[in-house]
Design a protein around this ligand. Structure first.
Ligand code: ZN
Length: 427
C-alpha cells in the first residue's frame, strides 16, 4: 500500500478528529469520583462498531473504588484483519482530573481557537485517544485486508492508580502475550518523543509513638511529634544527600528526576484539626502518635529492598539517641520501575514513523511518575509497550489545558504508519 495515501487519509479526517476530541471532552469523566464512565464507553462503542470493531463494555466489578454509585466501566474494541498476524493495541485512559481553579474558558465546553482545543482532558489524554481512533480508522479504510488485529481500549481510573481499569483488565487476560503483541499508550509525551517507561514507587507510612499526658507537664509524657522531628532531621541530614548522588542511566525527564527522589506527602500528629463547627480552643495534650507519609521514587539501578532499608536504617539511627522511640513502618503502595528495551519492535517502528512523518529523530524518555504501563508490564507480562502521543506534558492537569490540532494530526499519522508497518510489514 502506498504510504502517502494513508497519510493523506489522516489529513482528510481533520474535522472528524477535532469533532471527536470535542465530543469526548464534553463528557466530563472527572475522577475522583469517576463520573460518566458508562456514557463515554457507550459513545465510543457506538462509533467503533460503525467502523467495524467488535466492542465490549466491561465493568471492573469488585475493583478498588467500584460501586453502584460510581461503577468502573471500560471499553475494549477489536478489529480482525483478514489474515492471522500480530495485534497492536492502543490504550487510553478516559478519566480526567478535576478542573481546579484559574480557567479562563469553560473546562468542559471544548472551545476551539485556531490550532488549539481547550478543555480538561484535551491533552491528558482525550486528544491522544481521538488521534489513535482516527489513525486506525484511516488505516482500515485504506487497507481493509491486513494481517493481524487492532485493539483500542478506553479505560478507567488511571489518575488514581488504574486498579479499576488496566490492572483489572490485565488480571482478566485482556492484556496478555497471547492476545496482544504491541501496546501504545497515547499519553501526552510530545509528538516526537517515545516514553520507554517510568521510575519505581514506594509509598510508606511511618508512625512514631509516645505517651499521652497533660500539656502543662510534658515531662510526664513522651512527645511523638518530637520523635518524628528527629526522624525528619535525620532524613534531611543523611538520606536526602545520599539520594542526590544516585543518578540513573534511564533518560528520565525532566533532568532533575534522573536522581532518586523523596517527598514528604503529609504529616500529622496530636489532636485532629478542629472541625468548622467547633470554634473553641484545643485541649493541652502531649501527642502520643505522629504519622508521616513518604513518597519515594526510585531508579531501575536500585532494588526495592535497598530503598526500604535506607529508611529502616534512619529509624534505627534515631533510636540510638532516643531510646524511648517506638515506631512502625507500613507499606502503602509499591510499583517496580518499568523500562522497555529500546531495540524492541514497537520502539523501532514508532521511531521510524516519527522520522518519516516529522523529519526528526525521536527522543527517548522515561516518565518521572508511573502510569498504566506498570500494569501492562507486571500483570500482563507484555514487554513491548510504550507511551507515545500528542500534547505537551507540562499542560496536563493545568488550568486552560489545551491540545494543538496539528500535533494530533502528526501523532495520528505516526500511529497509522506504525500500524501499517507492524501489521502489513510496511508494504
Ligand atoms: Zn494521563
Amino acid at each position: 500500500m502506498e504510504l502517502k495515501g494513508l497519510l493523506n487519509e489522516i489529513e482528510a479526517r481533520r474535522s472528524d478528529l477535532v469533532q471527536l476530541t470535542c465530543d469526548l471532552v464534553k463528557i466530563p469523566t472527572v475522577n475522583p469520583p469517576g463520573n460518566n464512565y458508562r456514557e463515554i464507553c457507550e459513545f465510543l462503542s457506538k462509533r467503533l462498531i460503525q467502523s467495524g470493531f467488535e466492542c465490549q463494555i466491561i465493568r471492573a466489578e469488585g475493583a478498588l473504588a467500584d460501586s453502584n454509585l460510581y461503577p468502573r466501566y471500560n471499553l475494549i474494541a477489536r478489529h480482525e484483519g483478514t489474515r492471522p498476524g500480530e495485534c497492536i493495541h492502543f490504550n487510553s485512559h478516559i478519566d480526567v482530573v478535576e478542573p481546579g481553579y484559574g480557567w479562563t474558558k469553560d473546562p468542559f465546553a471544548a472551545v476551539v481557537e485556531k490550532d488549539r482545543i481547550f478543555g480538561r482532558g484535551t491533552c491528558d489524554m482525550k486528544g491522544g485517544l481521538a488521534s489513535s481512533i482516527i489513525a486506525v480508522e484511516a488505516f482500515i479504510s485504506v487497507c481493509p485486508s491486513y494481517s493481524g488485529a487492532i485493539e483500542i481500549s478506553a479505560t478507567a481510573d488511571e489518575e488514581t492508580g488504574g486498579f479499576g481499569g488496566v490492572a483489572w483488565l490485565a488480571e482478566k487476560g485482556y492484556f496478555s502475550p497471547e492476545r496482544v503483541q504491541h501496546v501504545v499508550i497515547p499519553e501526552p509525551l510530545n509528538k516526537d518523543r517515545i516514553c520507554l517507561g517510568h521510575r519505581g514507587v514506594w509509598w510508606s507510612e511511618i508512625e512514631t509513638k509516645g505517651r499521652v499526658a497533660h500539656g502543662s507537664m510534658p515531662f510526664l509524657g513522651d512527645c511523638a511529634i518530637r520523635h518524628m522531628g528527629a526522624v525528619l532531621d535525620e532524613i534531611e541530614q543523611s538520606l536526602l544527600p545520599q539520594l542526590e548522588k544516585k543518578i540513573t542511566r534511564m533518560p528520565v525527564v525532566p533532568e532533575q528526576a534522573r536522581k532518586s527522589t523523596l517527598n514528604i506527602n503529609s504529616i500529622h500528629g496530636g489532636l485532629a484539626e478542629a472541625s468548622e463547627s467547633y470554634n473553641g480552643y484545643p485541649s493541652p495534650l502531649v501527642p502520643d502518635s505522629c504519622r508521616m507519609i513518604l513518597d519515594r521514587r526510585y531508579l531501575m539501578e536500585e532494588s526495592l529492598e535497598q530503598v526500604k532499608s535506607e529508611v529502616y536504617e534512619i529509624l534505627d539511627k534515631v533510636k540510638l539517641t532516643r531510646p524511648s522511640l517506638v515506631y512502625e513502618i507500613k507499606d502503602l503502595f509499591e510499583v517496580k520501575p518499568s523500562y522497555t528495551d529500546p531495540t524492541s519492535s514497537i520502539v523501532q517502528t514508532v521511531g521510524e514513523s516519527i522520522n518519516h512523518v516529522l523529519g526528526v529523530s525521536p527522543e527517548y524518555v522515561v516518565s518521572p511518575g508511573s502510569y498504566d504501563q506498570k500494569h501492562i508490564d507486571r500483570i500482563g507480562k507484555l514487554k513491548n509497550c510504550i507511551a507515545y502521543g500528542p500534547g505537551i506534558l507540562e499542560l496536563a492537569h493545568q488550568p486552560d489545558e489545551y491540545i494543538c490540532i496539528s500535533d494530533m494530526i502528526d501523532a495520528s499519522k505516526v500511529m497509522a504508519m506504525t500500524t501499517n508497518d507492524l501489521l502489513n510489514g510496511g508494504s
